[in-house]
Write a protein that binds this ligand. Structure first.
Ligand code: AQP
Length: 333
């Protein structure tokens, strides 16, 4: 029996994977993978809370699987699967709806942000998103949820829902912890460093995608917004753009902020932005090359997501059956 603690995390295939989701989530998944029993999901059911083009969603979902593997997630050691292939997510999601308060969901900042961005499609799924996310996590009895800063509030709500349910029925769910990286928990847009880097960003220079060509990455970094000083110094209040670039450079090179400040004493922002761009190009190059190779091997990817769904469903159904029994549903026999 595998006695390692459990990780669950996922990313929506709502756009191409960004440098933000790589640094805030996937890179940490890879670093934690050895010490945990990991479930890494492609959350397509979450993605449809915003309108998607069906053929593009299908393609991005499978491409994202290739990209997870190319980032270093070994599909033999980790359970990698597509959310909609495991019906227990929707089933537990419904039950947990009945243990989640309207007021709690109304306070979620992501709901407020996303409904402001999509005023013509504020659907019930967008409102209910955190409950489905709670089901994702609790089904696997996860100990740890490695996510970026923006998802911290949703994991807190997951803990509240689990504690409420356990308070009524006994110890059904493990109470999960959030894992946020020390550097890079919130990578900001290169063009508007007040905003988070997001896949749905409309500005092509604000966001770096992990599959982007080196020349496009370099162009975006060279245009990155900085400030009117000429000093590379970490100050997230007055120097948001430079501090964001320092975080990215620190993750890509392993250098501390102090080492970075010393490296660029007396040099201009142009040199700094070029160095950051080049470090990101080199960090992403092997990922892009391996993902491109894997994306053309549809049969291999199909094998991985089918096996992943079987393994995930086995674990998820154990929790779901227990929950159904607790709330009073008649067993199927
Ligand atoms: N800019 C970021 N900095 C650090 N971490 C980030 N993450 C996303 N953007 C950043 C983390 O990566 C995972 C992605 O999760 P998701 O795609 O399911 O959700 P999201 O946070 O809504 O991502 P986006 O890019 O902002 O998508 P859209 O534009 O579709 O809404 C999560 O762990 C997240 O914290």
């Amino acid at each position: 029996m595998d006695t390692k603690p459990i990780i669950f995390s996922g990313i929506q295939p709502s756009g191409d994977l960004t440098l933000g989701s790589y640094i805030g989530a996937i890179k940490n998944w890879v670093e934690l993978a050895e010490d945990y029993n990991c479930y890494y999901c492609i959350v397509d059911m979450h993605a449809i809370t915003a309108r998607q083009v069906p053929a593009e969603l299908r393609k991005r979902t499978v491409d994202q699987l290739a990209q997870y593997i190319a980032c270093g997630l070994d599909p033999q050691k980790n359970t990698i699967f597509i959310q909609s292939h495991v019906p227990a997510h929707a089933e537990l999601g419904w039950i947990l709806n009945c243990y989640t308060m309207y007021g709690e969901l109304s306070r979620m900042t992501q709901f407020k942000d996303k409904s402001a961005k999509n005023a013509d499609n504020i659907n019930a799924g967008l409102f209910d998103y955190p409950v489905l996310m709670a089901a994702d996590i609790l089904l696997y009895q996860a100990d740890l949820v490695p996510v970026g800063d923006d998802q911290r509030q949703h994991v807190e709500l997951t803990r509240d829902i689990a504690q409420r349910f356990n308070g009524v029925y006994g110890d059904v769910f493990k109470i999960p912890q959030t894992f946020n990286p020390k550097v890079g928990a919130r990578i900001m847009s290169l063009s508007t460093p007040e905003n988070k880097m997001s896949k749905s960003d409309k500005d092509p220079n604000g966001c770096i995608y992990i599959m982007q060509k080196p020349e496009d990455i370099m162009r975006s970094f060279k245009r990155a917004v900085t400030d009117s000083e000429t000093c590379v110094r970490y100050d997230t209040v007055n120097k948001k753009g430079i501090s964001n670039l320092m975080q990215i450079y620190s993750v890509a090179t392993g250098k501390t902020f102090e080492q970075i400040e010393n490296e660029f004493v007396g040099k201009g922002y142009g040199d700094f932005k070029t160095a950051v761009g080049e470090s990101v190009v080199e960090m992403l190059r092997p990922i892009r090359e391996e993902a491109t190779r894997l994306m053309s091997d549809k049969a291999y990817l199909e094998g991985i997501y089918k096996e992943g769904a079987e393994r995930a469903a086995y674990a998820a159904n154990k929790t779901l059956r227990k929950v159904q029994k607790k709330v009073g549903f008649v067993p199927r026999g």
